[in-house]
Design a protein around this ligand. Structure first.
Ligand code: 1HN
Length: 357
């Protein structure tokens, strides 16, 4: 199949270009923009307001049965710079999922890994390879690559949460596989504590000696509870100067990120605190758990300032400086593809001089 044909006035060169095109070849000397001094990023800074996500999720809940389209009632955050692709930034899917009371989203598994972050509500259980993991406000719940997962809501009340997946990375690598779960409906199991937390959530620095085999390259702990996260943030604020604490969720046994493709962090800012603008390679998605303030994404003419309120989801494209200011105390969850960039030796981060931010 012919590829793009380049023009030339000189007849022999024009003939060469025609033959190249017919042979699916392109001359590098005519190509522009392949190697740029800094990343050319199509995704733009963007914020989806929590208020809208809640309202539109509830309307979808009224109108659309959960079994339509992939067995999940999900609204995907589509970055306006990405030509309609359902991605928040070029490397991360972010969405809200809405499950009505007594509903069930059946089991399936796929190679893209997912995480759930709960901004409000409780009562839904996610079964990860059959292990029942309760989801409550402020919790981070993992459904790693190729684990079966299903959600069920035994309560009368709807629940909404944020899903982030590494789908764009897995799709770019042509490595997407999907499989529905067993067709017979599994028991809607609940338990006060998941087996993963019983084994690996024992407490600071306490890991089992002869526990279950560790899964390869991802955390064996599937839920990180808000009470533990908040305790760690408060302890850090008490130990350090300034009003900004930041923690990273990690594999409790081997250290390192919770999954090979996504880094997860939580930060707390005291009222009146502003963070220095920092940029990094790769995309980030920030979700507001508590509080109000502002986030500045980008620099110079392209800087965007968004007000922040609970439930907001913000896209931070690669290399865009990110700075946050807290009006009230502000708790922000952030996930990124940093482990991918680190594994490939492509991760860069720097604090940007305030003047140029
Ligand atoms: C998925 O499996 C879930 O299991 C949510 O809750 C969102 C978006 C794309 C592909 C798979 C879920 C998803 C998804």
């Amino acid at each position: 199949m012919a590829t793009r044909r380049f023009e030339a006035t000189e007849p022999e060169l024009a003939a060469l270009y025609e033959d190249l095109s017919e042979t699916s070849l392109q001359p590098l000397w005519e190509l522009r923009g392949l190697l740029t001094p800094t990343p050319v990023v199509r995704g733009v800074p963007y914020r989806w307001a929590g208020e809208h996500l809640r309202e539109l999720g509830a309307r979808a809940g009224e109108l659309v049965p959960v079994d339509r389209g992939g067995d999940r009632r999900v609204l995907a955050c589509c970055n306006p710079g990405l030509d309609g692709a359902p991605y928040a930034v070029s490397t991360l899917w972010a969405a809200v999922q809405y499950l009505r009371g007594f509903e069930m989203a059946p089991a399936h598994r796929h190679t893209p890994a997912a995480l759930r972050f709960v901004v409000e509500g409780e009562g839904v259980w996610t079964l990860v390879d059959g292990d029942p993991v309760r989801m409550s406000t402020g919790d981070l719940v993992l459904t790693p690559s190729w684990t079966f997962h299903e959600h069920h809501n035994p309560t009368a009340d709807p629940m909404i949460w944020m899903d982030v997946l590494d789908l764009p990375v897995v799709a770019a690598l042509d490595a997407v596989f999907f499989e529905p779960g067993p067709s017979e409906e599994t028991a809607r199991t609940t338990a006060p504590r998941s087996s993963s937390e019983a084994w690996f959530g024992g407490g600071p620095g306490l890991v089992p000696v002869d526990g279950p085999a560790l899964p390869a390259r991802r955390s064996p702990l599937l839920a990180y509870r808000w009470a533990d996260t908040e305790r760690a943030l408060e302890a850090q604020l008490a130990a350090r100067t300034g009003g900004h604490a930041r923690i990273r969720y990690s594999d409790p046994v081997r250290g390192g990120d919770v999954m090979p493709t996504m880094r997860c962090e939580m930060e707390r800012l005291r009222p009146g605190t502003t963070t220095a603008p920092v940029r990094q390679t790769g995309g980030q998605v920030t979700c507001v758990l508590h509080g109000t303030g502002r986030i500045t994404v980008g620099s110079g003419d392209q800087a965007q300032v968004f007000d922040l309120a609970p439930g907001d989801i913000v896209a931070i494209p690669s290399w865009a400086p990110r700075s946050v200011s807290a009006d009230t105390q502000l708790d922000l969850f952030t996930t990124s593809d940093a482990p991918v960039l680190e594994a490939l030796n492509l991760f860069r981060t720097e604090t940007v001089a305030e003047a140029s931010a």
